[in-house]
Design a protein around this ligand. Sequence first.
Ligand code: GLA
Length: 730
Amino acid sequence: MLNLRVFALLMICALLDVGNLRAQTIIPIETNRNALVLQVAANKDVNVIYFGKKLGNVADYALVPGMYKQAEDYTSSYNSAYTPAGSRNLLEPAIAITHADGNQSLDLKYVSHSVKALSDGVSQLSVVLKDPVYNTAVTLYYKAYFATDVIEQWCTIKNLEKGDITLQKFASANLYLKGDNYWLKQYHGDWAKEMRPEESKLTHGIKTLDTKLGTRANIFQPSVFMVSLGKPATEDEGSVLYGGLEWSSNFKIDFEVDPQDNLRIIAGINNHPSSYKLKASQEFTTPAFWYVLGNSGKGDLSRKVHNWARNYKILDGNGQRRTLLNNWEATFFDFNESRLFELLKDTKKLGVDLFLLDDGWFANKYPRNSDHTGLGDWQENKQKLPNGISSLVKEAQQNGVKFGIWVEPEMVSPKSELYEKHPDWVIKQPKREEYYFRNQLVLDLSNPKVQDFVFGVVDGLFAKNPALAYIKWDCNAVIYNAYSAYLKKDQSQFYVDYTQGLYNVLERLRGKYPTVPMMLCSGGGGRVDYAALQYFTEYWPSDNTDPLERIFIQWDYSYFYPAIASANHVTDWGKQPIKFRTDVAMMGKLGFDIVVSKLGAADLAFCQQAIKNYDAVKDIIWHGDQFRLASPYEGSVASFLYMNKAKASGIMFSYLVNNRYGEKSALPIKITGLDTAKKYRLTEINLYDNAKTSVNSNQIYSGDFLTKVGFNPDINTRRTSVVLKVEEVK
Ligand code: GLA
């Protein structure tokens, strides 16, 4: 409350005449730790003059530019808050427009600004800019989350001209940072290889992260990144900026080290091949770009992002989740009602909350018995399910478990009744050969009729089965041959309209079904971003569930997304024992995708007990703070800690990630995240009956000791994964 008041006050005070520095308006966006400071220059340009730790005295921000003796800026606008193209700019622009008369120049001058408090600790600054020659107006928005230092930035571009204008580029944000060098940590991947990190020093010129895939936009490259200032930040030290675009389709993020050695970051929708026409008095709102800056390493910042995401971004981010048994890897497409009845019994036996029926339950003319047919024909397959989904839901209820279902409603198989009936709903070039990704095509969500259809797929399932308790929403194909029969001559707005069409559908669904948990899946982690996650309770990080791989994949996702949103399933991938697989899957939202009836008695008993253990600690994993203690990239042991906010109870997971001879936890692992003034007991859990542990739970350690010396979980080739409960002892 107080923070907000201070914040608002500072914003008002910001309209300062700073005396002999000439009358220049200073607009600081201050959060708990930081200030991002805009300045209106004498010529009415709006520039970024500071982004860093906030200063005690607001007037001091005006002194900052004078402290830099860098090379000449031939435009006085390298630090523009939103760089317009075609006037005096020499660098990468944030916005480029073709006006109604064909002119391509733009200049943006300050008109006004205002701040409003949106809720406790959240304020929004808007800065109105206008071209003095052409009737184009841009409003920049900065939504500041005081406690976590996160800022979301976007803008609205308004065409006030008489004719149409074309947005050739329309970024969401244009950041500007000063430093002596910059280290970009970016991610790349493919199916089953999501979130592979690469870190490199940015050189002069432009480094671009982008995607042009349309759907499954993140499969090669997600928009999330980190930039360390000065030197690569470590988990606990260093200045670092995190960012990501809230957009589930084509994005482009340019990192430009400019001729003065400053870093300009320009992030937004990918303008290739997406110029966007605005009719007279129409406006376009860009998606938000989120970012947060800190100077206490990558770990601290990730915890801020987690808090922000749980409070404001992920659907029901502070709520509860259900454990589940999924049948995908247990049956693939090969099941029928009686097989599913058995699996429902297994769900109960295992002790999880819900059964999730995966792909293969639908289509009759072209039954969905493989991934070649049936997408789009969302009627129960009569051979497999003669009594429909409702009989499964009933059976689930009789077993005391909930029932969830897989859908992929944006897609269509070439062999489907839907394709036969509505070829014009399918994204494809009318005169070119079709080209498939996983044997399927994408439906044209820019078309409102297709939006109605996609909404209807899920709505219809709920109408017939009101007790449905979970949806897994998949999206397994990228867009080839982008062409919308609906958009006719306006093809260049296709990708934007597709994505907005998707959000329309999700918005409608959430209007009607606000709380049903939904998993965001895209052939693995092809679609994970904070725009989509507003509609979803969790995401599927990867089809790769080999636990060794998952340690790496989950490690990297965990910088940007909290554990509550990470759907982790125990499967038969990998060579590790089921304990190892279960331990890894517990670091998020636990599920299983195994044949329970094939488990031996000891393994079944282990899983049942592990689920009970999970139920006892899941609140800490979901709602607590996460600390990455030992990196799988740097040593033979990986270790993670989840602590509740009071630092009184936690759970620590450690794994052997290198199976070479003699590898083990030779050194203790320093447990950051504890209260050094408290005392703790460490108890090993997730053990088989009769298994012995080398961890002495009678020993009490001070937080001071565990932080400075650390603890050795005794990982070795016979104890490849160890889970420790951490409890305060009073
Ligand atoms: C995708 C998903 C899997 C599974 C299959 C079903 O690959 O990532 O989890 O649902 O589709 O076809």
